[in-house]
Ligand binder design. Structure first.
Ligand code: ADP
Ligand code: F6P
Length: 325
């Protein structure tokens, strides 16, 4: 690869706290290398429309602590079609973008693969609150989302305990139970239901745990349900019918994607944004930055996407063990 003159940066998929800190690191490090930096609004949707502007050191001032993404984000279904992928590669050439940093999840990296196939130098940075990027043990936004969930569940605990109720709390994660597992163990939940494991969804077992805990003197219960399992309203009704315990359901929803990032998210975002530019500057392309065994590494995107992530069932087991009265 020849020396890069101009790099582009975009955020794609669901927003995640820490994306701004990552954009800041990308912009500042690229400028340090003497590169021009182009910001692309609204992910691939903005790229195919040429919604692109030049960024300077000051463009990313005062955003390190802010949630959301100053570049905006979008889901862009058209980008699955080769016609739009061709157009995006053409737009990169028109704007002189010879390197592109994409900040998002596995879907975003699939889009990056398509651009790489069309000769664009790309590097992906894992950012999604779900924590479900297959090759990385950490994704930007996860820690903030878990902390927001824990804070909200702790508030529900106060009212649930006062009324001696069972609280069913639905947390985000369509295909991945990571937020449910972490927020569940951090709030002493009686049970955690995740989409990847059918056993965790056993209604009989949940009723048994609730009843055993009540017999032993616990006056309230918390059941965490990942979004991918769903049906929390119906579950609250069924728990009431099966146990006679007054039950309420709460869906935490998009509140988990908001708020300023935690220090952990800012640290990972800054390190991974910096790594992405360094990787491009070294002349590498079609790479994804990953956090593995305490270190930042870069992997081939195809290899990264081929990896499989297993749910942290150790958290589930330990929680079951220690949440029993
Ligand atoms: P995430 O990046 O968090 O996994 P999505 O799965 O919604 O989020 O993907 C974000 C965007 O990436 C999609 O809206 C689409 O524009 C693009 N994308 C996803 N999958 C592909 C694919 N197979 N080929 C090309 N682009 C894709
Ligand atoms: O970004 C991940 C995520 O928050 C998932 O947990 C959730 O299933 C999905 O995005 C919600 O997407 P939308 O913002 O389109 O409602």
């Amino acid at each position: 690869m020849e020396n890069l003159n101009t790099i582009g940066v975009l955020t794609s998929g669901g927003d995640a706290p820490g994306m701004n800190a990552c954009i800041r690191a990308v912009v500042r490090d690229a400028l340090d290398h003497g590169m021009r930096v182009m910001g692309i609004h609204k992910g691939y949707a903005g790229l195919i429309r040429g919604d692109i502007f030049e960024m300077h050191a000051k463009s990313v001032a005062d955003i390190i602590h802010r949630g959301g993404t100053v570049l905006y984000t979008a889901r862009c279904p058209e980008f699955l079609q080769t016609e739009y992928q061709d157009r995006a590669a053409e737009i990169c050439r028109i704007f002189g973008i010879d390197g592109l940093v994409v900040i998002g999840g596995d879907g975003t990296f699939r889009g990056a693969q398509a651009l790489s196939d069309r000769g664009i130098n790309v590097v992906g940075v894992p950012a999604t609150i779900d924590g479900d990027v297959s090759c990385s043990e950490y994704t930007i936004g996860f820690d903030t989302a878990v902390n927001v969930a824990v804070e909200s569940i702790s508030k529900l605990r106060d009212t649930s305990a006062s009324h001696e109720r069972c609280s069913i709390v639905e947390v985000m994660g369509r295909n991945c139970g990571e937020i449910a597992l972490w927020s569940g163990i951090a709030t002493g939940a009686d049970a955690i239901m995740i989409p990847e494991d059918k056993d965790s969804q056993s209604f009989d077992q949940i009723v048994r745990v609730i009843m055993e805990n009540r017999v032993r003197g616990k006056n309230h219960n918390i059941i965490i349900v990942a979004e991918g399992v769903g049906h929390s309203q119906e579950l609250a009704k069924r728990v009431h019918e099966a146990t006679g315990i007054d039950s309420r359901y709460t869906i935490l929803g998009h509140i988990q994607r908001g708020g300023g990032p935690t220090a952990l998210d800012i640290k990972h975002a800054s390190m991974m944004g910096y790594m992405a530019v360094e990787t491009l500057a070294k002349g590498e392309t079609n790479r994804v930055i990953a956090y593995q065994k305490g270190a930042y590494v870069d992997l081939d995107i195809d290899e990264g996407l081929a990896m499989k992530k297993k749910p942290a069932m150790d958290i589930w087991q330990v929680n079951l063990q220690i949440s029993t009265y």
